[in-house]
Design a binder for this molecule. Structure first.
Ligand code: SAM
Length: 338
């Protein structure tokens, strides 16, 4: 275990230089996607070659080292993670690692209906499903694919197989879905959805006409035309979301504010890109190549040193507020894992 003294006492776990405890690893398992969203370049890029992305065995070894240091929560994302062949096998490998007690997936839900049962059996805890509109025609416009009903089937299957809490990620897109925020909010009352509105991050990966920020304050004002929101703290895996619900609703409403109110002070994350770079922050270009180390056959102790090194690279705050622009390394979100 990494030990770092804090105010006279010794704590167990993985800590960065600002004494934040890091217990959450987000892994982009592929940069490939089966949608081509207007605000993301994943579906229009040439994917990385298979030999350039980490194998399941390499991911498993890395997670084993991370778990030995205090990581207990893993999120698999991308690209579209469910597109990676035999994806439930990876979930099964990770769920057997001692110390890992929460494995979540972020998915567009398109092939989830087919896979939800296998994922549950493999040890997946829960899913976040991205859905930016409740209208089939608009879905086609945003994603360039006519797959709206497949996502709804994915949501239904996630509930049926107990991948709870199922959360619905809605990126706030000015002039695109701002007329539907209330409709999404209503779903928390009528269908018990857990909806999370995410501020659009201008990080240089846009793939179409997305412009302008809608702030959480603006989203909340629209949503509250339905009723007053009460703070709610009991939803599993809240992360940086500020969570509320309407009185009597079984579902919840979360706001994620990467732009107007960053949550760096409580950041507990480390990321792995699909081609095997440890990345201390989505929004900084620092990274540390761990794929070469894995391929040269390093042992767990050596990997633990690399993980600590990457954690030490974590800055106090991300630079989105100061410098809005593309990643200098040219890395799209799908490689880093959104
Ligand atoms: N394919 C999966 C999915 O659709 O959920 C996982 C990858 S996707 C990049 C992860 C999440 O990031 C999605 O909810 C997506 O809407 C969100 N996202 C992508 N680009 C974004 C941006 N510029 N600002 C805010 N959220 C973004």
């Amino acid at each position: 275990m990494t030990e770092k003294p804090a105010s006279g006492e010794k704590k167990n776990g993985l800590f960065d230089t600002f004494n934040r405890q890091i217990n959450y690893l987000r892994i982009s398992v592929t940069d490939h996607c089966n949608l081509n969203c207007m605000y993301c370049s994943a579906g229009s890029m040439l994917p990385l070659k298979h030999e350039d992305i980490l194998s399941y065995e390499e991911i498993e070894k890395l997670v084993r080292a991370a778990a030995a240091m205090g990581i207990n929560k893993v999120r698999l994302t991308g690209g579209e993670p469910l597109m990676r062949p035999h994806f439930p096998r990876l979930v099964g490998m990770l769920s057997k690692i001692e110390g890992i007690d929460d494995i979540a997936v972020t998915t567009n839900g398109i092939i989830l209906a087919r896979m939800a049962e296998d994922l549950k059996n493999a040890g997946l805890t829960r899913v976040n499903i991205s859905l930016d509109t409740l209208k089939a025609e608009k879905f086609k416009m945003i994603t360039r694919h006519d797959k709206f009903t497949d996502v709804l089937a994915g949501i239904e299957a996630a509930h049926r197989f107990g991948l709870e809490p199922v959360k619905i990620n809605v990126v706030a897109l000015k002039g695109v879905n701002d007329d539907e925020f209330v409709d999404f909010a209503r779903k928390t009352i009528t269908e018990g959805w857990n909806v999370r509105y995410i501020e659009f991050m201008p990080i240089g990966t846009a793939n179409g006409p997305v412009s302008g920020l809608i702030t959480t304050a603006e989203i909340r004002e629209k949503v509250e035309t339905l009723g007053q929101l009460e703070p709610y703290r009991e939803l599993k895996g809240n992360g940086p979301a500020k969570v509320f619900r309407f009185k009597g609703a079984s579902g919840t409403i979360g706001f994620i504010t990467p732009v107007t109110e960053h949550f760096c002070a409580t950041c507990n994350r480390l990321r792995v890109t699909s081609d095997g770079a440890l990345r201390p922050c989505l929004l900084s270009e620092d990274e540390l190549n761990v794929r070469d180390a894995l391929r040269s056959g390093v042992g767990i102790e050596e990997l633990k040193k690399l993980i600590q090194q990457a954690v030490n690279l974590k800055r106090k705050e991300h630079n989105l507020n100061g410098k809005i622009g593309p990643d200098d390394k040219g890395r799209p979100m799908c490689q880093i894992g959104g």
